[in-house]
Design a protein. Structure first.
Ligand SMILES: NC(=O)c1ccc[n+]([C@@H]2O[C@H](COP(=O)([O-])OP(=O)(O)OC[C@H]3O[C@@H](n4cnc5c(N)ncnc54)[C@H](OP(=O)(O)O)[C@@H]3O)[C@@H](O)[C@H]2O)c1
Length: 293
């Protein structure tokens, strides 16, 4: 029997590329959308579908081109939606509608852990809550993955936080819950392979928790060099210039959210990546040098 097909929308981003990898490793034939005809997807064993995942016509064509009846849906407030919750909702709704029209038998939607519990200033999570509700009412067979903060934030040159030897930076020194985007894909693989257990259900993706000093200790262990933990910016500047993210961090710091735990997630993905595992998995600093000693 040939492997089942899965279409991953936005296959080249921080999430998409590792979700594609995890689904391919789980035995699926993976199709991934990208706007660029000149992409690296086939080198990673992914069948490239040149499409803009935010455009209804492109979405329809992507389902036809792949023939997939399973889809992993990502929406993105910051890049694709240009920091508009309304636009992110419209883009996610278009993906759900296209999946319905294509007769998809399992749609995995990537939301955010505890999305409904952040305060009104956390604008970038509003569409996630609305899209979960739209999906539940849509009639499309679905599951939801709800990740916490990505380890990938620790090496994010696009957001002025490249990972450098000997230092790790984040917007909080406090204890946080993290996950690897690869584990989002492994969670999706579990859901797709066992629809009886997972249709209509959601899963918090939380691989590890620790404060920034523990993150630094993990990098020191993997790299073999001492590592300092530093704030990417002082908290008063975070409050002044990154109000939306500041309030998200307040939910982590003051309310100790999200409520899920690595122990719960490891009942589903037992070898979920720890901070040490993620630095080994990630492999390189932002300048391309190897992390491991
Ligand atoms: N950071 C976290 O800790 C965290 C935690 C939980 C959830 N999330 C969620 O993760 C999502 C972001 O995913 P990500 O980090 O994978 O995104 P990303 O890395 O920013 O995605 C980048 C890709 O988006 C495509 N893209 C950029 N601008 C576009 C546009 N105007 N129109 C269409 N496509 C465009 C590009 O693909 P092509 O050029 O190849 O088309 C690009 O490679 C958000 O929904 C966020 O809420 C993040």
């Amino acid at each position: 029997m040939s492997a089942e097909k899965v279409l991953v929308l936005n296959a080249t981003g921080k999430v998409g590329r590792n979700v594609c990898r995890a689904l391919r490793e789980a035995g699926f034939t993976v199709y991934g959308t990208t706007r660029s005809a000149n992409n690296q997807l086939s080198a990673q064993g992914i069948k490239a579908v040149v499409a803009n995942y935010t455009q209804p016509d492109d979405l329809r064509q992507a389902f036809v081109a792949s023939g997939a009846k399973k889809v992993f849906v990502i929406t993105d407030f910051f890049s694709a939606a240009g920091k508009s919750a309304e636009r992110e909702f419209a883009q996610g709704r278009a993906a759900i509608d296209a999946a319905k029209a294509a007769g998809v038998d399992h749609l995995i939607f990537m939301s955010v852990a505890d999305a409904e519990f952040f305060d009104e200033h956390v604008t970038h999570l509003k569409a996630k809550v609305q899209l979960e509700a739209y999906l539940r009412a849509s009639g499309v067979p679905f599951s939801i993955v709800r990740p916490c903060a990505f380890f990938e934030n620790l090496d994010d040159p696009d957001n002025w936080n490249p990972l450098k030897k000997g230092v790790v930076k984040f917007l909080s020194l406090d204890e946080c819950k993290y996950c690897a985007t690869y584990d989002i894909g492994r969670a999706a693989a579990v859901q797709l392979k066992n629809p009886q257990a997972w249709l209509g259900k959601s899963l918090d993706v939380i691989g590890w928790q620790g404060d920034l000093a523990a993150v630094a200790a993990a990098l020191a262990e993997v790299s073999g060099v001492p590592v300092k933990a530093k704030l990417a910016m002082p908290v008063f500047l975070r409050r002044l210039f990154l109000k939306d993210l500041h309030h998200m961090f307040l939910y982590y710091e003051v309310q100790k959210g999200p409520r899920g735990t690595p122990e719960e997630f490891k009942k589903i993905v037992p070898d979920a990546l720890s901070a040490q595992d993620w630095f080994r998995f990630h492999g390189r600093y932002a300048n391309g040098d190897k992390i491991s000693a």
